[in-house]
Design a protein around this ligand. Sequence first.
Ligand code: SF4
Length: 366
Amino acid sequence: MTQRVVPLSDYRNRSTVRVPDRHIEPRGILNDRLQRSLRDLRISVTDRCNFRCIYCMPRDVFDQDYAFAPQAALLSFEEITRLARLFAAHGVRKIRLTGGEPLLRKNIERLIAMLAAIQLPDGSPLDLTLTTNGSLLERKAAALKDAGLTRVTVSLDALDDAVFRRMNDADFSVAAVLAGLDEASRVGLGPIKVNMVVKRGLNDQEIVPMARHFRGSGHILRFIEYMDVGNSNGWRLDEVVPSSEVVARINALAPIVPIEHNYEGEVAQRWRYADGSGELGMISSVTQAFCGSCTRARLSTEGNLYTCLFATAATDFRAPLRSGASDALLSNLIAAVWSDRSDRYSEVRGAQTEGRAKVEMSYIGG
Ligand code: SF4
C-alpha cells in the first residue's frame, strides 16, 4: 500500500503519522500491532482543576504562573463530538470525560447531551461516563444525569479530613465530596466507583477506614497504585503500596475473594467481600501491569491523541479539524495511529523508560 506523510505542523507534541492513501472503511474493530482493539476513548475537556493534588498537579509547578491552555485552544463541543462519532465507528464503546476537573468546563451538560446522541454501529448505547474530584457534583449531578451521562467515578484519597485537605492542597473537605457522591447516587448515576490513589506514608493509613466506610454502600471502592505519571510528582517506587498489601490489610478487616472481570480490558482486578457486603477493585498499574489488554486512547484538551498514559508524543487532530479535513481523512488518521500503536510502558517500566519526558496527567486525564 502506498503511504503519504500528512504534514501536521501545528501541534505541541510533534509526531509524524503515515496515513494510507486509500480510505479504510471503519468496521467497528481496529487492532494495534499487539492485537489490542480500540474500545475506550478518554477525552480531557479542560486542563484546569480546582484541586492541587500532590501526585497530579503539585502547587509548586501548577502555580499562578502556570500557562493553562487558552479557551481558543480547546476543542469545541462540536469538534469533540465529531471525533467521538468517528472513534465510535472504529469500535469505541465507552467514552470517559476527564480533565483536569471536567465539571469546570462550562456547559459540560451540553457536551454530554451531544455525545449521548451518538449511535453505535450495532445499535447499542454508548457507555458515557465521567471522572470527577466530586467537589461540584452535588450541584451538577441531576443535570448530568438528565443530559444522558451513564455513570460517574469519584476520586477520594482519604476519609480523614485533615489528610484529604493535605492531599488536595486546596482546602476541600471530605464532606463536600461525600455529599456529591450521595447526590450522584440519588439521581441514578450509580453504581459509583470511588478511586483512591494510595501513597505510602501519606494516606496508606486510610485504606482500612475507606474500606469500612464504603462496605455495604453499593459503591465500588478502587485502590490505585501510585504511578509515575507526568514529570512533576517526584515518584519513587518505595512510595507505591502494592495491591497485594492492600488486599492483605482489607482481609484483616473482613475476608475478600477475587471475582471475574466484567469485560476484556477492564483495568481493575475485582474483589468482593465474602459475606456479600460489596465489591472492591485493585488497579495494580505498577506491580501487575495490564498493557496486554489496554484498549484506551486519550484525547487531550487541545485535540492531541495519545495512545498511552505515559506517552511522549501525540498526534494532532485539531489542526486537520480546523483546516477543513474530511471525515474520511480524520477516520483514516485514527486508523493509522491505532494500527501503528505498540505502547506498553508499564510492562517495560525501568531502565528503558527512565528519564523520558512524559505528558502530564492533568493534560490527558489519567
Ligand atoms: S502503560 Fe500505556 S499501554 Fe500500558 S496500560 Fe497504561 S496506558 Fe495502556
